[in-house]
Ligand binder design. Structure first.
Ligand code: NAD
Length: 479
């Protein structure tokens, strides 16, 4: 068992209070690490350090910033195993999930490194007497707050692009997965990042969040987390006139039309529903399927769910590991019980041992069941048969969320009809709902958030736009 300190101004330090909190292994329930428990005073120290580093970091040539990000990518690639082990031990991710996360994070760092030299302005030809253009400059000091479910890549989306665009950062990782956040600090330290450009603060979300967002030196807050947390962060940001990016929850539909290949659809639904025990913002939350195929599909999905290895995430064949904590187990089980009590057919699962919930398949899920609308964050497939693509679209949009959707059909017209009509920030045709690409816009409609992350979309979010003009000849004023 190790003890971890926070990173402030290039130094590894205890909290000023001297307090620590427990970081538990979700599978064994054992103590994994003791982690410094920061509070308001530590938030102030971290903001001071980040504020002081703004000028030297933002004035560094983009090629130098790029070299540091590339170096971080290289170091992460060389030390994949070490990072994967942390993700398994404190996050409960199965080995396949965590390796996928590490490899995607290397790609993200490389993409952000390349983008350091693509921070582009525009020129306008509206007035021949002057050169009129935009210049981008960093926002300043970014407060980044990240969740526990994909803690490495989701922290890095914020850290990599905030640094690439010349901002300095205070990162507050989730209290369930603080060590992976601190390892991001270690990675950049080894990559040669200057002190203060990235600070990592661990401790309770509300205390640190309120202190960081309320600090006059914070320019922008970026959160990935629950919609309820997003609402609180947005209100705090508004109170302090701060800008914010929010990546929040989802109840994502996978629409399967009558012409779909059912075996392919079963694989897409299983991956989208059961990856990381369903604890994925992009997880398939509702399977909306053409009535005539729903019987065959549900039987095959139940067989597939029963065949998945579950249990110890350190074993190489495990697909479904533990849920993050006991509260999550209780919440998932209550949703399943409520659905069954109201008439859903339990085709598979519905049981748990410790924190490992069986991959579960529910047929005929209806709007009066809580699971129809609630983000589940558990390995539960909810099947909703529909008559046609029009009804599929109505059901898909019948949610407060709007993160992502998958559509499976061989009919391009129907696929495009759905892509246009779906109220979601991302639509993947002939795929499941889970996909990431560091260059593409990641984000949602409705209560799934505001703003987009990835590639040039992150550059825009993390930059201020300045309109600059140069007169070509002396201007004549009317008086
Ligand atoms: P969470 O909202 O509980 O916590 C997220 C982060 O916010 C943590 O670091 C936490 O400490 C901090 N926090 C908590 N209360 C806060 C407050 N009052 N002020 C400021 N910060 C606070 O979310 P979680 O349980 O870690 O993650 C799961 C949720 O995140 C799910 O709803 C999931 O859908 C969502 N999520 C969204 C995306 C996306 O990109 N849209 C990606 C992953 C997860």
């Amino acid at each position: 068992m190790k003890t971890y300190q926070m990173l402030i101004n290039g130094e590894w330090v205890n909290a000023l209070s001297g307090e620590f909190f427990d970081d538990l292994n979700p599978y064994t329930g054992e103590l994994y690490a003791h982690v410094a428990k920061g509070d308001k005073k530590d938030a102030d120290r971290a903001m001071s350090a980040a504020y002081k580093a703004r000028e030297p970091w933002s004035s560094m040539p983009p090629i130098e910033r790029s070299r540091i990000l590339f170096k971080a990518a290289q170091l992460l690639e060389e030390n994949k195993q070490e990072y994967a082990e942390v993700l398994v031990n404190e996050g409960g991710g199965a080995i396949g999930k965590v390796m996928f996360e590490v490899v995607q994070t290397v790609d993200l760092l490389q993409t952000a490194a390349g983008d350091c030299k693509c921070i582009l302005g525009e020129t306008f030809h509206s007035d021949p007497g002057k050169i009129s253009m935009t210049m981008l400059s960093p926002k300043g000091t970014v407060v980044a707050i990240s969740p526990w479910n994909f803690p490495l890549i989701l922290s890095m989306y914020k850290v990599a692009y905030a640094l690439a665009t010349g901002n300095t950062v205070v990162l507050k990782p989730a209290s369930e997965t603080p060590v992976i956040g601190l390892k991001i600090g270690e990675l950049f330290e080894k990559a040669g990042l200057m002190p203060g450009a990235l600070n990592i603060l661990t401790g309770p979300g509300k205390v640190l969040g309120d202190a960081l967002i309320g600090d006059h030196r914070c320019s922008l807050v970026t959160l990935t987390g629950e919609t309820g947390t997003g609402r609180h962060v947005a209100m705090k940001a508004a109170e302090n006139l701060k800008e914010y990016i929010l990546e929040l929850g989802g109840k994502n539909p996978l629409i399967i039309l009558e012409d779909a290949d059912i075996d392919f659809a079963v694989n897409a639904a299983a991956f989208g529903t059961f990856l990381h025990q369903g604890q994925v913002c992009m997880a398939v939350g509702r399977i909306i399927i053409a009535q005539e195929k729903s019987e065959e599909f549900s039987v095959k999905l139940a067989e597939k769910a029963a065949s998945l290895s579950k249990g110890d995430p350190t074993l190489h064949n495990t697909v479904v590991g533990p849920l993050i904590n006991d509260n999550q187990v209780k919440k998932v089980d209550a949703l399943v019980r409520d659905a069954v009590a109201k008439g859903a057919k339990l085709l598979q699962g519905g049981r748990y041992e410790g924190r490992v919930y069986d991959p579960t398949v529910l047929m005929d899920v209806r709007p009066d069941m809580e699971i129809y609308y609630e983000e589940t964050f558990g390995p539960i497939a909810s099947i909703i048969p529909v008559k046609n693509e029009k009804e599929a679209l109505d059901v898909a949009n019948d949610t407060v969320y709007g993160l992502v959707a998958g559509v499976i059909t061989k009919d391009n017209h129907k696929a495009l009809y759905l892509a246009e009509g779906l109220e979601a920030g991302m639509v993947h045709i002939n795929d499941t709902s889970i996909d990431v690409d560091a260059s593409c816009p990641f984000g949602g409609y409705k209560r799934s958030g505001r703003g987009r992350e990835g590639g040039r979309y992150s550059i825009e979010e993390y930059s201020e736009v300045k309109w600059v003009t140069i007169q070509k000849k002396e201007k004549i004023f009317p008086f």
